[in-house]
Every structure is written in C-alpha cells, then in structure tokens.
Design a protein around this ligand. Structure first.
Ligand SMILES: *[C@@H]1O[C@H](CO)[C@@H](O)[C@H](O)[C@H]1NC(C)=O
Ligand SMILES: *[C@@H]1O[C@H](CO)[C@@H](O)[C@H](O)[C@H]1NC(C)=O
Ligand SMILES: *[C@@H]1O[C@H](CO)[C@@H](O)[C@H](O)[C@H]1NC(C)=O
Ligand SMILES: *[C@@H]1O[C@H](CO)[C@@H](O)[C@H](O)[C@H]1NC(C)=O
Length: 962
C-alpha cells in the first residue's frame, strides 16, 4: 500500500479522472480527504494508509458486510482546511458529520451528489460564501442538513424546494439575507425548519400551511416584515413556533387558535398590535407563551386561565391595561409570570403559586390591602418576585416569612415606607434583595445576618439610619453591598473584612465615621469600594485594592489620609522607620520628620558586623539592636542607627559610606528596639543567586526573614534601589511573600521579609525526611496559590525572573507564597547575561528565550518556570535529574509519557495513586503548555488561574473549604 502514499504525494493536488478509476476505494478517499486537512490535535492519527479497510479508524463506521464506509463523524476534532473531493469516493456514505471544527471556504456542492447521503451536518465551522443553488437540485436521499453557525451569506437557494426528502433543515446563525424563495413551502416533508439568527427579510411567502408535517419553525432574529402568515394555523402538528425578534406587525392571526398541540409560542420583540385575543385560551397545550416587547394593548383576557399547562407567561413591555385577571391563579403550573413594563393597575395576584413573578414597572398602586401578605402556603414555590418600579406604598409586610423560599426579591423604586422588618432574617434562601429607592427609615435590622445566602443586597436611596450591623459579617456570600445615599452612622464594621467574596461595595453619601478597618485590605476580589462623602477619618487601608482605589471613591471625607488622598497621615501612615547611624542628635537626617515621636537611639554594633562580615569569610553575624546611645568608639566602622517614626523616604542620604538606613513599610518602630538577631549559619534559611537568607526574631516575638544581598556590586544607586524596593513593598497578596522593609548602606543591603514557617516547596518535595507529606489536594492548592500570586505580580507589572521550588514557601496552613520576586529590578539593567547566570541559575526552570538574544524576555519566562514547577509538584521529581549515565529532563519525560498515553505513571508515587485523574491529567497538560518553548504559546498567568479553577473538581474543592 505504500505506493498509494507515493501516488498521493504526487497527485493529490490534481486528482485526475484516470486515477479515480484506478483507486476507487474508501481508504484512498479518506486519505485524500485527510491530506487536505490540518489536524492540529492529531485526531486522525489512526487513519493509516496501509490499512485494508478504514472501518476501525476513529470517526468511521462501515457496513459490516460490505466494509464500505457509511458514516464519517468527526465532530469537534479541531480540523481545519477545505473539504476536498476525497469524500466523493465514499459511494455508500450515509452520514457526514463535521460539526464543531474549523473548516473554511465555500461549501462543496458535490457533497449532495453522494447519492446515499442522508445526513449532512457542517454546523459550527467557518464556511463562507453562499449556499450554492445547485446544492439541492439532486438531493438524492438527503433528509437532514445543518449548516448552522457558519459565516454563510447570500440567499436561501431556490433548489431547496426540489428536495422533497428533506425532514430537517437548519441554516441558523449565519448571515443569510434576502427573501425566502417563493417555492420554500414545497418541501412538504419538512418537520423542522430553523432559519433563526440570519439577516432574512421581507414578507413570508404564502403557503406555509403546505408543510403539513412540520413540528418546529424557528425564524427568530431576522428582519422579516409584514404579517405573521395568516395560514399558520394550518400546520396542525406544530409544537413550537418562534418568530421572535423580527419586524412582524399586525395582530396575531386568528387561525392560530387551531394550533392546539403547540407547546411554545414565542413572538416577542416584534411590532404586533391589537389585543391579546380571547381565543388564546384555546391553546391548551402551551407551556411557554411569550408576547413580550410588542405593542399589544387592551386587557389580559381571562381565558388565559384556561391554559392549565402554562409554565412561563411573559407579557412584559406592552401597552396592556386593566388588572391581572383573577383566573390566572388557575394556571397551577405557572412558574414564571412577567407582566412588567405595562400600564396595569389594580392589585397583585397574591394568590399565585408561581416560581417567578414580575410586575415591575406598572402603575400598580394598590397599597393598604397588601401590607400583609396573605396565607403562608401560597408562596411555597415563589423563587423570583419583582414588583419594582410601581407606585406601591405602605409598609413592607412584617410576615415576610411567607416568602421563605424566595431567591430574588426586588421591591425597589416604589414608595414603601416604615422600617425593614426583622423578619428579613427568614429569607434564608434569598440571594438577591433589592429594596432601594423607597422611603424606608429606621435601621438595618441585625437579623440581616441570618439571611446568609445573600449575594446582592441593595438598600440604597432610602432614609435608613443607625449603624451598619456587625452581623452583616455573617452573610459570607455577599458580593455586592450597596448602602449608599442613606443616613447611616457609626463605623464601617470590621466584620466586613470577613466578607471575602465582596466585589462591589458602595457606602457613599452617608454619615459614617471612625476609621476604616485595615483588614479591609484583605478583600482580594474588590473591584469597587466607594466610601465617598461620609465622615470617615484616619488612614486608608494599605494593600490590595486600596493601593489603587480611585480618588473619587474616597473623596468627601476631609479627615481621611493616605497616599491616595495625597495627604500623608500625620502619625499613622506611611510609618517607615528610618535608621540613620549618623544622627544621634536630633539635627540629623531625621530631624525633618515628625517631632512628637519618641526617638529611639540604637546601637547596632553588630548589625554592622554584617557589613564587616563581608571581610570575614565565614563569619558569625549578629544584629543587636540595643536601646542605648551610640558608643562613639563605634562611630567609624560600626555606626549606630537612629530609629524614629520617619517621614516617608525623605531623609536624604549622605555620601558617608557608613550611612545606613532602615525602612519598614509598615509596623511599629519598636519591633526593632532591643531586637537581637544572630545571623549565623544556624539561623540560615537558604541561599540563592542573590544572597543568603537568615531568620531572626523581633522583640514582639515575631519572626522575620532577612536577606543579605550578595550581588551588591551590581546594585543600582541608592535612589533607584529605594524606588524599586518601595515598589516591591507595595505588592501585597496572600500568595506572595511580603517585603516588609530594607536596610541600605552602600556596601550592605538587607531585605526584610515576612517569615513563612513551613519552609520551601523544594524541601517538601525532595527532602528525604519531608517526603510523602503532601496530599493531592495540597499540591493542587499550592499550584493554584502560586498561579494567583504570579498573576497578581504580573498585574502589578513585576516579572519574577527567578521561579524555582526553593523560592516557593508554604505557610502554616500549606498555602503557597512565592518569594524572591522582582529582585532583578535591583540590578542596573536587565542584562540577559546576568539574568541567566546570576538569577535564573536554577537549571531546568530557565525559559529557552534566555538563550536567544533576539527574543524579548517578558513575564512569559515566569509562565515557563511555573509550568516546570507544576510538573515538579505533580511528579515529585526535580526538573533535571542526573542518573548514572543519563540526564532526565522532566518536561521532556512527561511530554513523552503523555504522547504514549502513560502520563499517569509520572505522577508522584508517594501519592499512592490517590488523586483524581480528571484533575491530574489536565493539570499536567497545563504544565506542559506553560512550559512551551515559544513564549507566545504560553498562557497568561491570569488565564492559568481561570483554567485551574475550572479544572478543580467542584466536590473536592468544597470539601477543602469546609
Ligand atoms: C473564518 O474565515 C475568515 C476568512 O476566511 C477568517 O478571517 C476568520 O478569522 C475565520 N474565523 C475563524 C473563527 O476561524
Ligand atoms: C454560598 O455560595 C456557594 C457557592 O455559590 C454555595 O455553594 C453556598 O451554598 C452558598 N452559601 C449559602 C449559605 O447560600
Ligand atoms: C440623619 O441623622 C441625624 C442624626 O441621627 C439627624 O440629625 C438627621 O436629621 C438625619 N438626616 C436625615 C436627612 O434624615
Ligand atoms: C471573622 O471570621 C473569623 C473566623 O471565621 C472569626 O473568628 C471572627 O470573629 C470574624 N470577625 C468578625 C469581626 O466577625
């Protein structure tokens, strides 16, 4: 058979008649077809030209006797290219299904010349051009044809009417235009016709009643005009008619009353006029009736109550008048009732037991009668109630308990007054509660804390007073809390910091006072936090969203301070501690700073010992911060540091090489007083390309990690250094190791980091005594944590450059914290050579572009390192391992195993097989994609986070949360 391939290579592009005659077999046809395709996922790898029969190839079915191909189904294979003539060789083909691929070009007319073809599905591709008119002229046995969701243009071919075998036609979601062909309705066998979402126009030709077998007609979202076909009632078997979002005018045709089998009638979004006819009640099988967004007038006929099967009734946005007929309560199955945006008056149908009701935007003005909702049992099913934008008044009924199962309750834009009843606490299932734009007064009841399902709470534009109840902290699912434009007083409760899902918060235009709880900075999902126009004071929270909060969201609070409002806080923030070894007198560098602050003069003789240790090969280095005056004898080689509440970074440095400066970005000056830190081999935590890290304990018992930079010769000038470090100090994220401060002299630089107790990921994965400790779930969370940390880092415009497992730390609860980020910024320039030798020294993590001078190094180099880390975490193996006479490169090994379908074998044996493969395999693949050779093939870290969240098995995830 090899010569086939040979011939193929020679002739495939110009496949001639004579060859057709010689090689008239299915294998050849399929191979020719495959040769014209792009198969990026190698889905057709089983299609082997040496086979005698193609019957066991993927996507192929044969007649068991003749072994001739009857079905080609390649849906969702990511194939692209053109459909060549190869398929025409399949003389017994019945089903050709190529949906959800990327095929392009015009549709090959000759496909319908395969006389046996019954089903042709080319939907969800990128076919262009018109549907050729010859297409259906000889349609043989064709029964089902779908070209849905392509980019086809032009008109519906006239030939369609010749094809009497057709049962189902779907041309939806293209850009077909023009009129329907006049012979359209001659295809009498049609049972289903879907032409929705095109640009078809003009009037519908007469004769639709000829489709006597039709069950489904969908012409939704076109530009049809004129009347709804008057003879539509002749389609007695019609089950579903969708004419919505067109330009149909006139009234509902009377013949429609014969559509007794119809279960869904949707004509919303047209220009229909007239009244809703009384005969609508004849359509006894309707489950869904949507007449919304028309210009229907008159009142709602009581006969609607005869449609017992009705589940959804939407009459919204018309010009309906009168009141809702009482008979509607006969529709026992009604679950959604929407009559909003009409001119209805009168009372509510509170006898309804629907799942959803919307009466929003009417003139419904009944008040007194409904201050108390009638009997309990009636509302068991109500899940959605929208009575917004009416002129309802009266108090909110106290027995809200009857709405016990409501999920969405919208009473906004009415004239309700009085206070919010304490019974609000019974709304345990309510996710959406909108009482805004009323005249409510009194305070927000603490019982709100019992409505624990709330996601969206809107109480704005009322006259509410009193405090925001602390109990709100119990509504842990809240994402949106809108309380603006009331008269609320008191502080913003610290409990709000517990609402970790919060995204939108608006407390503006109230009388709130006190300072903002600084824990609010922990709300990592915030996108909007408006506290403007209150009487808040003190320091804005530091970190997270609050570093970039827009001025408009905080303005109108004269006593607020912080860098955002351009008003540094007098004694609160920023609170860097400045150590100036030379200024043992107040006239020193710190003199410009705040005077009321207690000045603490320190000798740190031994801190300087670190400096000296530059000369001592293996030195025991000690920092002692003593609360005593400088000893003058130390003044030269061991200058003392002055510790004071400093003013920003304004202390100007001098040229004195012994000048040292300690800046803490937050925290208390006193932390360092009397601290005694021994930086020696025993307190060493690790060392890397950039320096050695020691652990030390502050006076308050808190540990910090101090990194002594060894690349000092390469450092930037002090100004640049400080600017860069200051940038890094602003980066706050739960998955990043926080930089708390620094110490600078021209010969010695220290970075002070938060101490992360459980050590490095490397230790957990590879240290003999730690091994086997990580479960699958912990590993997954570490990967997700790293991804979140890096995503945030990139969002802040910082590239890490130095990812490796020794730089990922785990805190007490196993949460990953990425450390050592951005240090390359401290170098005078981003020199590729230095980066790769000094920083990216860790073999195996280094992105290939470091070796290629012409490729720009971007944050994608971190994505590469991340990918390698993912593989390392999952396999428990180092990125590069040296065997006796072999070198194993982890990502090559995993990639190889994946290709051989043996990737599960790579997963760390110490998991003992207890991992969910539906998570593990996608995570491995994600790791490999991140470790792509070409930077642009690697995803963004934010995408990686999204992907991981999708991969995470929902049930597993929850177990962890609880
Ligand atoms: C579809 O094809 C057109 C041109 O043939 C191309 O511009 C477009 O990008 C394609 N769309 C997709 C989704 O592949
Ligand atoms: C909070 O939201 C989660 C996720 O949507 C859901 O599973 C959980 O049931 C909600 N909690 C409450 C109390 O409604
Ligand atoms: C707001 O509350 C204060 C004190 O509780 C009260 O004096 C003031 O009149 C209230 N303002 C409005 C508009 O209700
Ligand atoms: C926040 O939540 C924590 C833990 O769930 C709880 O201990 C603490 O009391 C809460 N804080 C407030 C102010 O409600």
């Amino acid at each position: 058979m090899v010569f086939r391939v040979f011939l193929l290579l020679l002739f495939a592009p110009v496949f001639t008649q004579s060859l057709d005659a010689i090689f008239n077999d299915d294998v050849l046809g399929l191979i020719v077809f495959k040769a014209g395709l792009h198969d990026p996922k190698d889905k057709l790898s089983t299609w082997n030209e040496d086979a005698e029969y193609p019957c066991d190839w993927v996507g192929i079915k044969c007649d068991p006797r003749s072994k001739r191909v009857t079905e080609v189904a390649l849906d969702g294979f990511s194939l692209s290219g053109h459909i060549g003539r190869g398929l025409l060789r399949l003389q017994f083909l019945q089903v050709l299904s190529l949906s959800k691929n990327n095929f392009s070009g015009p549709i090959n007319t000759s496909l319908t010349h395969i006389g046996t073809l019954q089903v042709l599905d080319l939907s969800e591709n990128n076919f262009t051009g018109a549907i050729p008119d010859e297409m259906f002229q000889q349609c043989g046995s064709l029964r089902v044809v779908s070209f849905a969701k392509n980019s086809l243009m032009g008109r519906i071919p006239d030939s369609l009417s010749y094809c009497s075998t057709l049962v189902a036609v779907n041309f939806s979601s293209n850009q077909l235009s023009g009129k329907l062909p006049p012979g359209m309705w001659f295809s009498r066998g049609l049972q289903s016709l879907d032409l929705s979402e095109n640009l078809l126009e003009a009037e519908i030709p007469e004769g639709i009643q000829n489709l006597y077998d039709v069950r489904v007609v969908n012409l939704r979202r076109n530009r049809f005009t004129g009347q709804i076909p008057r003879d539509i009632g002749g389609n007695l078997l019609l089950r579903s008619l969708d004419l919505s979002d067109n330009l149909f005018s006139g009234s509902l045709p009377e013949s429609m009353q014969r559509l007794g089998l119809c279960s869904s009638l949707d004509v919303h979004g047209n220009l229909l006029t007239g009244e809703i006819p009384d005969w609508i009640g004849e359509l006894r099988n309707l489950k869904n009736l949507d007449l919304s967004r028309n210009e229907l007038s008159g009142s709602i006929p009581p006969s609607i109550g005869n449609i017992q099967s009705l589940k959804k009734l939407n009459l919204s946005t018309n010009l309906l008048t009168g009141s809702l007929p009482d008979s509607i309560s006969n529709c026992k199955n009604l679950s959604v009732l929407d009559v909003s945006q009409n001119l209805l008056t009168g009372g509510f149908p509170f006898k309804l037991d629907t799942r959803g009701v919307s009466l929003s935007g009417n003139g419904v003005d009944e008040s007194a009668e409904y201050t108390s909702l009638p009997a309990t049992t009636l509302y068991n099913n109500l899940q959605v109630m929208d009575i917004s934008s009416n002129s309802l008044s009266g108090e909110i009924p106290a027995n809200l308990g009857v709405l016990g199962s409501v999920e969405s309750l919208n009473m906004s834009r009415n004239l309700f007054f009085g206070s919010i009843p304490a019974s609000i606490g019974v709304l345990k299932y309510t996710q959406f509660l909108d009482l805004s734009n009323n005249r409510l007064n009194g305070s927000i009841p603490p019982e709100i804390g019992v409505a624990i399902s709330l996601k969206d709470l809107k109480l704005d534009k009322n006259f509410l007073s009193g405090n925001i109840p602390t109990q709100i902290g119990a509504c842990s699912n809240l994402t949106s809390l809108i309380l603006s434009q009331n008269n609320l007083t008191g502080p913003v409760p610290p409990a709000m910091a517990n609402l970790t899902n919060l995204e939108h918060v608006d407390l503006s235009l109230n009388n709130l006072s006190g300072s903002l709880p600084k824990e609010l900075a922990n709300l990592s999902r915030l996108v909007y936090f408006n506290i403007s126009h209150n009487h808040l004071e003190g320091e804005l929270p530091v970190g997270g969203f609050f570093n970039t909060i827009p001025l408009a969201s905080v303005s109108g609070n004269p006593s607020l301070c912080g860098s955002i409002v351009n008003d540094s806080c007098p004694s609160v923030h920023p609170k860097p501690i400045v150590l100036n070894p030379n200024s043992s007198n107040p006239a020193g560098a710190a003199s410009s700073s705040d005077h009321q602050h207690k000045r603490i003069i320190l000798s740190i003789s031994s801190l300087i010992a670190i400096g000296a240790a530059a000369f001592i090969a293996i030195g025991v280095m000690t920092i002692t911060l003593l609360n005593i005056h400088v000893r003058s004898s130390m003044a030269h080689s061991a200058p003392a540091l002055t510790l004071s509440g400093g003013e920003d970074f304004s202390c100007s440095p001098t040229a004195d090489p012994n000048y040292g400066k300690l800046v803490m970005f937050s925290g208390d000056a006193n932390f360092f007083t009397g601290a005694h830190a021994l930086l020696n081999k025993d307190s060493e935590l690790g060392r890397g390309g950039f320096g050695v890290v020691y652990r030390t304990v502050l006076r308050d018992g808190r540990s910090v990690a101090i990194k002594k930079l060894t690349a000092s010769g390469l450092m930037k000038s002090q100004d640049d250094f400080e600017r860069e470090v200051k940038t890094l100090g602003k980066i706050w994220h739960p998955n990043l190791v926080k930089l708390e401060g620094y110490y600078w002299t021209s010969s010695l630089q220290l970075l002070i980091y938060e101490f992360v107790p459980s050590g490095s990921l490397y230790k957990h994965l590879h240290d003999a005594d730690e091994r086997n400790s990580l479960t699958w779930r912990q590993r997954f969370n570490i990967i997700l944590g790293m991804a979140k940390g890096l995503s945030y880092l990139h969002q802040m415009g910082v590239v890490h450059y130095n990812l490796k497992s020794t730089n990922v730390l785990l805190d007490g609860s196993g949460e990953a914290k990425v450390g050592d980020f951005g240090l390359a910024r401290l170098l005078p320039m981003l020199d590729r050579c230095i980066l790769s030798s000094k920083i990216q020294s860790a073999l195996g993590y280094m992105a290939p572009e470091f070796a290629c001078r012409t490729v720009k190094i971007t944050e994608k180099c971190d994505v590469y390192g991340f990918g390698i880390l993912v593989l390392e975490i999952i396999t428990g193996r180092r990125p590069v391992e040296y065997m006796e006479d072999d070198v194993v490169v982890l990502c090559d090994m995993v990639r190889g195993a994946l290709e051989e379908n043996k990737v599960e074998k790579c997963i760390d044996g110490s998991l003992g097989g207890s991992f969910p493969p539906e998570e593990a395999i996608p995570v491995i693949k994600l790791g490999l994609i991140c470790a792509s050779q070409v930077p642009s093939n690697r995803p963004e870290m934010s995408e990686v986070v999204n992907i991981l969240e999708l991969i995470q098995c929902p049930s597993e995830g929850q177990e962890e949360i609880q």
